[in-house]
Design a protein around this ligand. Structure first.
Ligand code: NCD
Length: 362
């Protein structure tokens, strides 16, 4: 009798077949692309494009265009302008995972751009037909039909969810967080924040701190920084078991980024321009039944005013949030603490993105 056990490790881009044949077993490794579904580069244009992964950005002009429009949206919001850029358009927001910032800023962005119909559904995993076993491919095609949406914003726990949704959808998909691998709009607002806080995005030393294994924001932002400036230095600070996955590390090295890995934050702070803190992602430990490890690791790198004394006077402290103790409230008044300004930038970036994707003339 032959028993075949198929392990599908999308994170490593490898499908591993273990075939048991009597007492002998054969292991076959098949190299796969990281994604099962094609993802197209932007090629200098946003109009009608999906935004699935940071790798779609290949030209500096794309960021310049997006950030330039985000600057205009910032002024427009500050003037309380009533805009009608997206009059007549319908935007659906499907969230299968919890969210505060991403969900509300996309919703506010769609409304502030004057979209006529906004369909926000934050409880997809509990209240949609997913509970009855409907596939994501069918749900996406359903929403397209029932709402006549012109664009769908999707957050989902599967790594390839957005790529798959884009494959089945006839309207553009924006990835608002996919599994453990990508959160492109967060990376864009993060880079926009660095530009705003420091006046530049080049020649910086960016230190990423915390859960670099499961966190998707670090993976997207580090790739975007590599694109924005080949001379960025990156320091990856994490416990050994939460290091950045090899594929992500190799991507950075291939793109000529100087990367240093360490478990010690204090020794690298004096040379850090941007400190990007992240939370230990409890939900993935839970899913893998490793809560003991979570309890051991949480609180390891908590930042307080004493730690901030070791940092540069002009350092920028960022966090995608939510925080669960990584940054003490006392740090909030430090002028270097940029995380509240950072989340406001999400509104401007998302307003700009919606317009660039939905409107031809811009
Ligand atoms: C992040 C996410 O969902 O990946 N949050 C966000 O969108 N700002 C970070 C996190 O949940 O830790």
């Amino acid at each position: 009798m032959v028993n075949a056990l198929i392990l599908y490790k999308k994170e490593f881009g490898v499908v591993c077949y273990i075939v048991f044949f009597e007492k002998v077993f054969i292991i076959t490794l098949v190299k796969m692309d990281r994604q099962d579904y094609p993802i197209m580069a932007l090629g200098g244009r946003f109009y009608k494009k999906n935004l699935i992964a940071i790798g779609q950005f290949t030209r500096k002009g794309e960021l310049k265009r997006l950030f330039g429009l985000a600057d205009k949206m910032k002024k427009s919001v500050e003037k309380r302008e009533v805009r009608d850029d997206l009059k007549g358009f319908c935007i659906a927001e499907l969230f299968y995972q919890p969210s505060t910032r991403t969900f509300t800023s996309f919703l506010a962005a769609a409304q502030r751009m004057g979209a006529s119909y906004v369909i926000p559904i934050p409880g997809m995993s509990a209240y949609s037909s997913a509970v009855k076993g409907e596939s994501l491919a069918d749900t996406i095609r359903t929403i397209e039909q029932t709402t006549a949406a012109d664009l769908i914003i999707l957050r989902h726990p599967e790594d390839n969810s957005s790529a798959m949704a884009a494959y089945f959808s006839r309207v553009p998909i924006i990835n608002a967080g996919a599994g453990k691998i990508e959160h492109p709009t967060q990376a864009l607002l993060d880079l926009y924040t660095i530009r705003q806080e420091l006046g530049r995005t080049n020649g910086l030393t960016v230190t990423f701190l915390g859960d670099l294994k499961y966190g998707r924001t670090v993976k997207s932002l580090s790739k975007l920084l590599a694109l924005a400036d080949g001379k960025t230095k990156m320091v990856m600070v994490s416990p050994p078991s939460l290091r950045l996955p090899k594929d992500d590390l190799n991507y950075l090295i291939k793109n000529k980024v100087k990367v240093k890995e360490t478990a010690d934050l204090k020794t690298v702070l004096a040379k850090t321009d941007v400190l990007y803190a992240t939370r230990i992602q409890k939900e993935w430990f839970e899913a893998e039944g490793r809560m003991d490890e979570y309890e051991r690791l949480k609180g390891k790198y908590d930042i307080n005013n004493k730690i901030m004394k070791l940092a540069k006077k002009k350092m920028v402290l960022m966090h995608p949030l939510p925080r669960v103790g990584e940054i003490a409230y006392e740090v909030d008044d430090d002028p270097r603490a940029a995380y509240f300004r950072q989340m406001r930038n999400g509104l401007y970036i998302r307003m700009a993105l919606l317009r660039l994707i939905l409107k031809k003339e811009n």
